[in-house]
Design a binder for this molecule. Structure first.
Ligand code: MG
Length: 255
């Protein structure tokens, strides 16, 4: 069941998206060599309290933290820890969501720790561009798999691969609503996209093969071949005038 959001509901989702983006923006600003992923998580949780919103991931299927923090070859769902110290040259993905007045906002981005290799920089940039290619397809009358097709075409053009096991999703009063939004697929296939749909688009892109496995902690997904992985996400509404990103960073940067 795909829910269509009214203008009033969309306005509540804009507010939720804005707070989620604000908190992630502030958290990302703390990333640097010597910082632990546990500190980043604690900071985000504190900001949720101060701003009167609920972290969306903590307790979701028993996930133990507010932010999923995934380093280097970790793809998604990394568990923050006071023992995990970021070091110069790492790349770190932060995936974060909140609930405000019953409505969800969800976004992710991958950022450098100190100075990183040109390969890592390129992966992050191409993944960010891939997300934007997907967002561009979020238009009334397009088909669901137009989104994944656009992402896949872009990133595979650079020799990267699209993770298959994890996909984007509808979002609203629940974190994961229908439909699932793969980051791969055939143009012109899948359900018709309509005004009022809100989708979290979230490509996870690997330098090497697309295969991933989940570590024994039950959460952290890593690339099977050990290659670097990046993840960017926005919550996007389909409006009569095209895609509207609800989780824009405060300065208007779109990823
Ligand atoms: Mg998501």
């Amino acid at each position: 069941m795909v829910t269509l959001k009214s203008e009033r509901e969309l306005d509540l989702m804009r507010k939720a998206g804005r707070v989620a983006a604000q908190i992630l923006h502030e958290t990302v600003a703390l990333v640097g060599p010597g910082v632990t992923t546990g500190e980043l998580d604690r900071f985000a949780e504190g900001r949720c309290k101060e701003l009167g919103v609920t972290p969306a991931f903590k307790g979701y299927h028993q996930f133990p933290a507010c932010v999923c923090i995934s380093v280097n070859n970790e793809v998604v769902h990394g568990i923050p820890s006071p023992k995990r110290i970021l070091k110069d040259g790492d790349i770190v993905g932060l995936d974060f969501g909140i609930i405000r007045e019953g409505w969800y906002g969800d976004l992710a981005r991958t950022v450098p720790v100190g100075s990183v290799s040109s390969e890592a920089k390129k992966l992050m940039e191409v993944t960010r561009q891939g997300l934007n290619c997907g967002i561009e397809q979020c238009r009334d009358g397009n088909r669901l798999f137009d989104i994944g097709f656009a992402v896949q075409k872009h990133v595979e053009g650079y020799g990267y691969s699209v993770v298959r096991e994890f996909v984007g999703h509808g979002i609203g009063r629940a974190l994961h609503e229908e439909p699932q939004v793969p980051n791969f697929g055939s143009k012109g296939k899948g359900m018709l996209l309509k005004v009022g749909m809100v989708l979290a688009i979230e490509p996870m892109i690997n330098v090497g093969g697309h295969e991933v496995k989940v570590l024994s902690d039950g959460w952290t997904a890593v690339t099977v071949d050990g290659s670097l992985s990046a993840h960017f996400e926005h919550t996007v509404a389909i409006t009569p005038s095209g895609p509207e990103i609800l989780t824009l960073f405060p300065e208007g940067e779109n990823s």
